[in-house]
Write a protein that binds this ligand. Structure first.
Ligand code: PGA
Length: 249
């Protein structure tokens, strides 16, 4: 596990974008795993800049998003489909058919989850997966006590996650209760992982993820056994680490 501590959100976003750009340059047909949330927004902004200014080419890239709310139409301004289009896909030269996001409106959710797993396999697996982390240690919507071997499936969101995400909705009752999410096992199959976190709200989850025992109580702790995982955090998110080797900028 490589731990990288940078001074602020902007610098970690620039670092992550550089890693993704390098992956695309080295393997133009690479498969990227993408995340939503406030943390990766700056990564997408920087990748758009690199695309526009330096010609980074997404024409052969395929993407798979980690998760999507259930029962939120694609054109709802809080669906992850809407988020990805607005903040990333509408500004780069990716083919629409290369974009994969679970369909939270599917009539048969179980079949949709199986289909998603198959599509990842057919694409040759995910080369580089970008990850955020919840303040409760979730990765994607794998909430505490998710099976560490789980695959793509429907999950019930915890009250804490719903409260964390309520800021994006008109009221708490509008926050979806369910989501389709890649499983912990699905995420761990990615060839490389970059887990990003910033701010005080994430400091405890980061301490457990980096220094704690591996436990389904904090699903992110599983990244400790990933052969190629980078934990990319700012100084504030790193503030509770006591033992981990700190690699300063
Ligand atoms: P955030 O969400 O980037 O908005 O903090 C991360 C997550 O919940 O996985």
């Amino acid at each position: 596990m490589l731990l990288i501590i940078r001074k602020d959100h902007r610098s970690i976003c620039l670092y992550a974008a550089q890693q993704i750009a390098a992956e695309i340059r080295q393997k133009p047909h690479c498969v990227l795993g993408l995340a939503t949330g406030s943390t990766p927004l700056g990564v997408y902004r920087e990748l758009i800049r690199i695309h526009k200014k330096e010609g980074l080419d997404f024409s052969q890239v395929q993407t798979f998003n980690l998760d999507e709310y259930v029962n939120l139409p694609k054109d709802h301004n809080q669906s992850y489909y809407y988020f990805m289009k607005k903040y990333f896909f509408d500004h780069i030269n990716i083919h629409p058919f290369s974009i994969h996001i679970p369909d939270g409106m599917a009539e048969d959710i179980e079949t949709e989850c199986l289909r998603y797993e198959e599509q990842i396999l057919e694409a040759g697996g995910i080369d580089l997966q970008l990850l955020g982390i919840g303040s409760n240690g979730h990765i994607a919507f794998n909430e505490p006590f998710s099976s560490l071997g789980s695959r793509t499936r429907i999950k019930t969101l915890t009250e804490k996650t719903r409260r964390d995400n309520a800021r994006y909705f008109a009221s708490m009752k509008d926050v979806p209760k369910y989501a389709i999410t890649m499983g912990v096992g699905t995420i761990m199959d990615s060839r490389k992982l970059i887990l990003m976190a910033t701010g005080q709200r994430k400091a405890s989850a980061i301490k457990t993820t980096v220094e704690g025992p591996i436990t389904a109580r904090v699903p992110a702790t599983i990244v400790q056994i990933h052969p190629y995982a980078t934990i990319l955090i700012d100084r504030v998110a790193a503030s509770k680490l006591t033992q981990a080797l700190k690699i300063a900028e």
